[in-house]
Design a protein around this ligand. Structure first.
Ligand SMILES: Cc1ncc(C[n+]2csc(CCOP(=O)(O)OP(=O)(O)O)c2C)c(N)n1
Ligand SMILES: [Mg+2]
Length: 288
C-alpha cells in the first residue's frame, strides 16, 4: 500500500471500492484506517488530558500509524512476543490493547494493565498479549527481545521442558522496534550481533523520523538516514536488510522472516507529527 498517512489510506479505500487495492480488499483497508484513526484520536485525547493537567506525560505516535498497523496485522498478540517502542500506539491497538487500557496508563491509574500506574504512559505492557514491561532507557528493549527470542528457540529444542507446548509456539517470533537515534547505542548492535550469531527469530523495526529529540540523524548516524545507501543499516551485512518506504511492503518480508526463523531488520521512514514528548514544545521536523 503506497503512502503512510491517514489520507493515503482513505484514498486507497476509495480506489479499492468494489475490488482490491495492491492486494488489500476494501474491508481490510477500512479496518486499517479505523485503527490508524483510533490511534490518532487516543493521542489527541491524551494531549488534551495533559493540557488539563490530568495526565503528567504524553508520547505521541502520530505519523507512525500506517507502518505499525501493517506490522500488527501480520503478527499475533498472545502468540508472538512484543517489545514495542514508545511511539507504537497503533501496533498495540492492532494487537488488542484497548483505548481504555491506554488512558488508564495515561493518568497513572492502579487499574492500568501495563504497570498499575507505575510506568510512564506509552511504556507498553500486557500480560495476555505477550508484551513484557520495559525500561525507559532506550535500546534496552533490544536486549530483552533477543533474550526472549533465544528462549523461544530453547523451548523449541529442549523437549524435556514441562508444559513446553503451552509456553511457546514453534513458529513464534519476537518483534522489537526502535527509533533512529536509539540505534546509536551499543545495545542495538549487541542485540543484532547475538541475534545473528544464534540465528534468532527476531524482527527489528527501525522507525526513522530523522531526529532524536533535537539531534538530526545525520549528526549521529553514518550516511545519514537509515535508508541512504551507505547508511547505518548496511553496516551490519550479516543481517538481511529491508528498507521500506512503503508500509505495505513490510508483511511480505516479515512472512519470510517467520518462515526462515532468522533475524530480519526493516527500516521505515516516519514523520512524527508531534513534539518528542509532552515535556518538549518543539515539533519534530522531517530532515528532507
Ligand atoms: C539510554 C537513554 N538515553 C536517553 C534517553 C532520553 N531520551 C528519551 S527519547 C530520546 C530520543 C530517542 O530518539 P529516537 O530513538 O530517534 O526516537 P524518536 O523519539 O525520534 O521516535 C531520548 C534521547 C533515554 N530514555 N534513554
Ligand atoms: Mg527519531
Amino acid at each position: 500500500m503506497k503512502g503512510s498517512t491517514l489520507a493515503d489510506v482513505r484514498a486507497a479505500g476509495r480506489r479499492a471500492r468494489g475490488g482490491e487495492h495492491e492486494g488489500l480488499t476494501r474491508d481490510e483497508l477500512v479496518a486499517a484506517y479505523r485503527l490508524m484513526l483510533l490511534s490518532r484520536k487516543v493521542d489527541d485525547k491524551e494531549i488534551q488530558l495533559k493540557n488539563q493537567s490530568q495526565a503528567f506525560f504524553q508520547i505521541s505516535g502520530a505519523g507512525h500509524e500506517a507502518v505499525l498497523v501493517a506490522a500488527g496485522r501480520h503478527l499475533r498478540g498472545g502468540y508472538d512476543w512484543f517489545f514495542p517502542y514508545y511511539r507504537d500506539r497503533a501496533l498495540c491497538l492492532t494487537l488488542g490493547v484497548t483505548p481504555l487500557d491506554m488512558l488508564l496508563a495515561s493518568v497513572g491509574a492502579k487499574d492500568d494493565p501495563a504497570s498499575g500506574g507505575r510506568q510512564m504512559p506509552s511504556h507498553w505492557g500486557h500480560r495476555g498479549l505477550n508484551i513484557p514491561s520495559q525500561s525507559s532507557a532506550t535500546t534496552t528493549q533490544c536486549l530483552h527481545a533477543v533474550g526472549c527470542a533465544e528462549a523461544s528457540v530453547i523451548y523449541h529444542r529442549v523437549t524435556q521442558i514441562p508444559d513446553r507446548e503451552t509456553r511457546a509456539r514453534d513458529d513464534e517470533v519476537t518483534y522489537v522496534s526502535i527509533g533512529d537515534g536509539a540505534t546509536s547505542e551499543g545495545e542495538f548492535w549487541e542485540s543484532l550481533n547475538t541475534a545473528c550469531v544464534k540465528k534468532l527469530p527476531v524482527l527489528f523495526l527501525i522507525e526513522d523520523n530523522g531526529y532524536a529529540i533535537s539531534v538530526p540523524v545525520d549528526a549521529q548516524t553514518p550516511g545519514g538516514r537509515h535508508f541512504a545507501p551507505g547508511g547505518a543499516l548496511p553496516r551490519a551485512p550479516h543481517v538481511p536488510v529491508r528498507r521500506h518506504r512503503l508500509p505495505g511492503e513490510l508483511p511480505d518480508a516479515w512472512r519470510r522472516g517467520r518462515l526462515r526463523a532468522r533475524p530480519q531488520r526493516s527500516g521505515v521512514r516516519a514523520l512524527t507529527l508531534a513534539t518528542e514528548s509532552g515535556t518538549n514544545t518543539c515539533c519534530y521536523r522531517c530532515a528532507t
